[in-house]
Design a protein around this ligand. Sequence first.
Ligand code: DOR
Ligand code: ZN
Length: 345
Amino acid sequence: MQEITIQTPDDLHLHFRDESMLLNTVPATARCFRRAIVMPNLVPPVTNAERLTAYRERILSAVPPGKHFEPLMTIYLTDNTDKETVTSAKAAGAVAAKLYPAGATTNSDTAVTDLERLYPVFEQMQKIDMLLLVHGEVTDTHIDIFDREKEFIDQKLQVIHARFPNLKIVFEHITTKDAADFVSQANEFMAATITPQHLMLNRNDLLVGGIRPHNYCLPVLKRSTHQQALRKAVQSGSHKFFLGTDSAPHEKHKKETACGCAGCYSAWSAIELYAQVFEELDALDKLEGFASHYGADFYGLPRNQGTITLKKEQWKIPDAIHLGNGEDIVPFFAGQTINWKVTDA
Ligand code: DOR
Ligand code: ZN
């Protein structure tokens, strides 16, 4: 196949950040996605309706003229989030609330330490049809980082899902066979996003031949058997797995340092990278469901009007993206050649 046209896709999980970075991140996503689920882990985090409304305005002012793009907003759960907070956030347009276990990842220090305290909030979310988005890793220091996702399933996610079986949960950026199996076997209120990096890479790509900070993200890349399980999940065409890039920019100096930040900035090539994976899997016919249908259906959103076209064309991902304030970001897959290019969006 030399060309593929799909209904306009959505990115169901990403980080736009804030302020001047929006001038790069928002156009990068709006170039081919119609909507995106925007993560709330800013400093300070988006914990309520007021912050959400202001943040949405800042994002909308960075949308290039003539582009149709809709940010879908989320709020950040803390130990102090109550029923009124989620209800007013929903009224202000929040589609979901994000659960970060405190300390699990970037800007999660003030997030959740006590899940049970949030049960009345989950009850309310189930009632008002608001989704729960989960960063699925435990944070106990004695648990090995490669086991943290599986432990989260066993200790936490199974419990929440059993207690709130009609609460729609997105298990975000899954990285293990355990997670893929869990989601496949759960009821129809459980789904998962999968990133390009977890489909394309495994932990050898992080650690063999030298440490590669631009492949470092959380949850961390796992061994290749897990990567293969994720590839099988998307190849199967199951509607439980859909596109969420977790595009998460950090300035170059914050990645290339003694204690580097987690996150891959994939927005400038994300749909092309997914197309490459689906082609390798001989499953290009499944790309549209994964990128444009299953996520919208799970969220209860209409599928997008319009299409995008990708052509088989080699191009090189730039070594750096200049932010215009003297800072650079090294994009995911920098300097490497990929085989697909969006030609019409
Ligand atoms: O790699 C990641 N980066 N994983 C996350 O969970 C958060 C994200 C970020 O915000 O930098
Ligand atoms: Zn994320």
